[in-house]
Design a binder for this molecule. Structure first.
Ligand code: SF4
Length: 298
């Protein structure tokens, strides 16, 4: 039986979080490049140039991609045979504590009621960790996400009467993006969760942000809804930073769970242009593969 190397595991995750706060993942960089090239207006082109200059400087100077390094969320897909699953929560917390000091990450975690910031980004249920167990696997996949203040502001959820139909979901998405999207530094990645209750929809709406841009919903009707929403939202023409342009969004992703016959719940979460998410798979011998940032060194 493998001994779990707790120190090595923590170091890998900490180094990965640190790197993913500074370097955007491949899918985001590629989509920004595509949207930049499609712009014709001088103002929009200038904003995109700033984005890319900023990324180059972040890499060269080893600085965060954006000063708001967010509150850290982890989505964990743990193989049932990965060793020491009971120690992973502690390791992830320690990894965030180390990254906060070493990266550094901005001190963003404020205790509810006491309103204290301990300066570690670790606190009550922080980092927030979502678990899924994967059968017949001895690996663990970890997806960190830096949830910035601006891109968390548009977060919304509602339960609708089913008779309102899918049209009501579309209306809710448009109302939310029109009212709040500009706070989240467009172009946006819009994550939508559809389920039978708001808590399930909310978790899914954030999970929707953690797959490569343009990877479609497996149901063709879901995939079509993603494409239609994307087309419609782009016609709003918010442009980079909301100063107008050809695009509003980098993409629209939907995640779903079966609903109650009497309810249809929808939740929205938004990623900003500096959409810092990562995907790393670690095996029981502490070999790892970085999925989101090909060729990156940690
Ligand atoms: S919305 Fe994103 S890019 Fe804008 S300040 Fe927040 S984290 Fe930074």
């Amino acid at each position: 039986m493998n001994m779990f190397d707790k120190e090595k595991f923590t170091e890998i995750v900490s180094n990965f979080v640190t790197m993913s706060g500074k370097i955007l993942p491949d899918d985001v960089t590629q989509k920004l490049e595509e949207l930049k090239n499609a712009e014709t207006g001088e103002l929009a082109k200038t904003v995109y140039k700033c984005y890319f200059d900023n990324q180059e400087l972040a890499r060269k100077l080893s600085r965060p991609s954006c000063q708001d390094t967010g509150v850290i969320n982890f989505y964990v897909n743990a193989g049932e045979h990965f060793p020491a699953l009971g120690q992973i929560n502690d390791c992830l917390k320690e990894a965030v504590r180390r990254s906060t000091a070493e990266a550094p990450l901005r001190h963003n975690t404020v205790a509810i009621f006491d309103e204290k910031n301990e300066g570690t980004n670790v606190g009550e249920r922080a980092p927030y960790i979502h678990w899924e167990i994967v059968p017949d696997s001895d690996k663990i996949e970890i997806k960190p996400y830096m949830s910035g203040g601006g891109c968390s502001l548009p977060g919304r959820a509602i339960t609708l009467m089913p008779s309102a139909g899918y049209e009501a979901i579309v209306q809710y998405v448009f109302d939310t993006i029109v009212d709040w999207g500009i706070n989240a530094c467009p172009p946006l990645l819009v994550g939508i969760g559809i389920a039978g209750s708001v808590e399930n929809a909310a978790v899914l709406s954030k999970k929707a942000l953690l797959r490569p841009i343009d990877e479609r919903h497996p149901n063709p009707k879901g995939a079509q809804m993603e494409k239609d929403l994307e087309k419609g939202l782009n016609e709003l023409g918010l442009g980079p930073q909301g100063i107008s342009g050809r695009s509003t969004v980098m993409g629209v992703h939907i995640e779903t769970a079966a609903r109650h016959p009497s309810t249809i719940s929808v939740a929205i979460n938004v990623g900003c242009w500096s959409h810092r998410w990562g995907d790393i798979i670690i095996d029981k011998d502490m070999n790892y593969e970085i999925i989101s940032h090909k060729g990156a060194k940690i």
